[in-house]
Design a protein around this ligand. Sequence first.
Ligand code: ADP
Ligand code: MG
Length: 600
Amino acid sequence: MSTQTANNSRALANATQQPVGTQLVWILTAIVVALALPYLGNDYWVSIGTRAAIYWVLISGLNLVVGFAGQLAIGYVALLTIGAYTTSVLTAGKLFDPISVFFALPIAAVMGAVFGVIVGLPALRLRTFYFAMTTLGFATIVTQIALAWQSVTGGGIGIPGPEMPAPFDGNLGFYYLCLGFAAICTWLSTNVARSRFGSGLIAVRDAEVAAEACGISKSSLLIPIFILAGALAAVSGGLFAGLQTYITPDAFTFELSLLFFISILIGGRGSIYGPMIGTIILVILPEIAAPLAAWSTFLYAFLLLVIVLAMPGGIAVLLDFNNRRPLEKHRTVAPQTALLAALNQHQSVQQSLGLQNIVLSFGSVRAIDGVTLDVKPGKIHGLIGPNGSGKTTTLNVISGYYSPNQGTLTLGTESLPAGMPHVRASRGISRTFQTPRIVGEISVLENVMIGGATKGHANFLQALLAMPQERHERKALKERATALLQVVGLGALAHVRTDRLQHSELRFIEIARALMIAPDFLMLDEPAAGLSNDEIKKLGALIQAISACGTGVLLVEHHVDLIFEICDDVTVLNLGKILAAGTPDEIRAHKEVVNAYLGG
Ligand code: ADP
Ligand code: MG
């Protein structure tokens, strides 16, 4: 038996190891091919390569907006236009004395960053399609201005693109220059993607509510991304103008915008190399199908349709070497609770989490009606009651999703501000959800790491440049998440994509994520729902171990056996009101509770 278990865990470990080698071979091959392209093909291929590299400069930034943050920014050609005109106007000396292209490009980047934020701001308020429309509208405005502002832009006649100084003036030199920019952009966007900013973006995209509970604020994440994407798009525009030699407003078509956007979609969300390959495909496609060039919009749409239907995850799925092998079917979670003490020690916590006389109505429904609770540090407080009695709503009030109509929330002697869910994690409060809120497309480990968002202090610039503080924090976060996965019994699945796991495992991932901040208070919303009896036992032991480390637990549950076995205090809700409160023994013997909820 034990040999079989050992074999199983070895098989699992094999299935989940990251084959770094394969990835490295691919990357090196791509670099060699890119460098050798001028010697493999003719000038024609060099110009295609140059175009792909220039587009990638824009797409690498846009990918963070579209693929990572899930924002439908379809009008990004506007920022390319702004960059192209800024660079050309400055090098041609239309406004001031002419300057070198290498001074003009950084100025274009600043312009792009400013407009990147202006175009992006509506995303903080508007939902997907409305935001998409505003980006499109902006693209139209920019083209119209370029047409109308004749004295500077040359209007419909246009303006010469920037001249490149030697050694970048020839085709070959310009190709290597653009390749260099593309390589730097790949590095920058990979750094962001790997940092807590990248995983935060994906969390906001796929599990916004959980992201907020982990302390991630959507606006402070998106704004640096819009700055970066805008700056890169404008630099791309400057290079694009260099490639065109002469630019007119009609060079900046909607088709181009579509190319950028679709490259990311066929590449796959949340991937860097997928959209890179997508870009190369979309640049080459109209070339090899020259008679079809006039049909390129149709071609892009068709390709998108084919890829979405045949491969919903995009090209990134082909590159996902980690998730090829099948997982073992009959897995059991095996929490190692003994490991927790070293990770979560709370001798210092003396205060309790209190609700005083909370009232919250939804229209005419009084979802909670005068609820008073006291969750003590290091104790387990059960919250039970029939469906619709206000348990989840109570947790949502504590989490700050709802502001109560009456009553106060306190943490020790301080009051806890109503609303503001994203400040709860920094106050030591974390939670899980009645329906697990997990990001399916990233690994289990990355999901758990999201829980530690508030532990990161490195700023965006440090993340962008992969500076030492960011790397140290990242390493610490990874180590803690790995250890916590072992605690909840999922260590072997750390590198597996999360949507391959079974429901009960998701509940344990959520607990591990909630433990990342070493919470003073942990709220669990029906963690035993959907678990087998054996798993419920393990869950009970895990919750006890968590409270033994000093964390106060507020446990909402329908499995009353579990409640009575592990809780120190129990509160019973009915129709939003407290029906009874006391020790498990008192509740078990409470007549009204037995009648209304437990059954005779
Ligand atoms: P429980 O978790 O105990 O099953 P809930 O707290 O989810 O119950 O719900 C309590 C009551 O509040 C129910 O009558 C429910 O329909 C209502 N309710 C909860 N959330 C909302 C909401 N966002 N809008 C309107 N009514 C709600
Ligand atoms: Mg509920």
